[in-house]
Design a protein around this ligand. Sequence first.
Ligand code: ADP
Length: 497
Amino acid sequence: MKILMVASEAVPFAKTGGLADMVSALSINLAKLGHEVKIVMPRYYSIDRSKLKQLPGALGVPVGCGGEEWSGVYTTSMPGAPSKKPVQVYFIDHEIFFGKDGIYGIPSEPDFLDNSRRFSFFCRAAFQLCRKIDWYPDILHAHDWPAALAPVYLKFAERIPASAGGFEKTVSLLTIHNLGYQGIYSKDNFAYMGLGWDVFYEAGFEDWSMLNMLKAGLYSADKINTVSPNYAEETKIQAHGFRLDGVLRYRSADYSGILNGIDTAVWNPAKDKYIPQKYSAKDMEGKAKAKEALQREFGLPPNAKVPIVGMVTRLTEQKGVGDLFGPAYGSAWSICRDMDLQMVILGSGDPWCEYEIGSLASRLSNFRAKIGYSEEISHLIEAGSDFFLMPSRYEPCGLNQMYSLAYGTLPIVRRTGGLADTVENYSETSGSGTGFMFEDLTPSAIYNTVGWAVWAWYNRPKHIEAMRLRGMKMDFSWEQSAQKYIELYEKEIEALD
Ligand code: ADP
């Protein structure tokens, strides 16, 4: 199959979040399965042109009413892809749109004023690129709102006969990574997009007199999906739908969820270069060493008997930090005061939360925190903790709970999004499960569930051991997810025939 990924981010070239990891990991794994994958993304200022190869000539991209705008194209191959099936990455180089710091914005202009033009231009350029290299994909796979117009252009402008240089045999898939970002701008920008006003309504751009790029993509793509099956269900209801639940219900026959994988070369206790001693389900000695090192790192008294609850997180409302650290009502204070445990957290984000965490650490002897970002410490927390807390309000997929399971660290999670798909709740009677779950969006639900986990630690040690091993045996590899994407692509191609 020929697959074109249209995305605004891909590691190692540009990254603001999990989207960038997913685009590259999925592409590499699809190539490993024997498919021909190419990625197209913008050439941001931070991507060094001198390390790329320039394609001869320039790319003319239709814009506005009969106009045309020009860009350069650079290319390189994706590191880590199989040498027999390289993944070629193409960069659309447009100085005015992309020759600036920041992917979507900068601190003084968090959402660039020309973002709708930047990314509509980028989406249209993807088609011109295919013409230029004479390569027509079977699948056009677009990611999130910046690439959401690619399926719109396919449906309303580019699905013309191949004899006329068209994409009649191409089908589209749009993946939602975070429904919270939709690309909503003034509809004054629509004229630049080069689509008729009939399309504005037919493609579903209209959003309370504004223009919504993600919404148009969701209406127009042949299939849509998100990064976990449970999140696909949740987003069809108002509470999780960010105002697009109606559109997702309307498209429900074509809407599904596929769980992201994890990088098992990096997040694997048997290979981890950041922990003092590697370990596996067969030999858990390294986990005890990691616990000791973690206690040392955070200045906690070394003690193998006391359970450690770890967290690595962005400190934002989505991650449930209000319920944990909210001044006067957050449950972290009472958890640490009432329970015989140690708690460590690594994170950065909202200033109020960073402040509250610092204040808690100064008042509690069993609570320690590091504010900042550290790959190394995040690995040590995953390996050295006994429990890993994720009280997320919503979680499209979530990676940390999968890392925890792989490291024999039991997740304590809210039953939402991908967390519900990956963690199985503990049963005291049978000892089954891989973690501890709760439903309510309240501080006391977190308090009670951490309490339940700590109770099991002291009173049901055999269950804890069995749960650890069960989690470590689970398969969250990308190969499995890539296979599911292939099945979805195949269904789409069949439907077109
Ligand atoms: P999200 O993408 O919503 O932040 P995920 O669980 O999907 O949540 O992925 C977050 C990733 O970022 C994980 O790999 C996590 O370990 C990492 N991460 C978040 N905050 C930090 C931090 N302060 N230091 C190191 N890694 C972090």
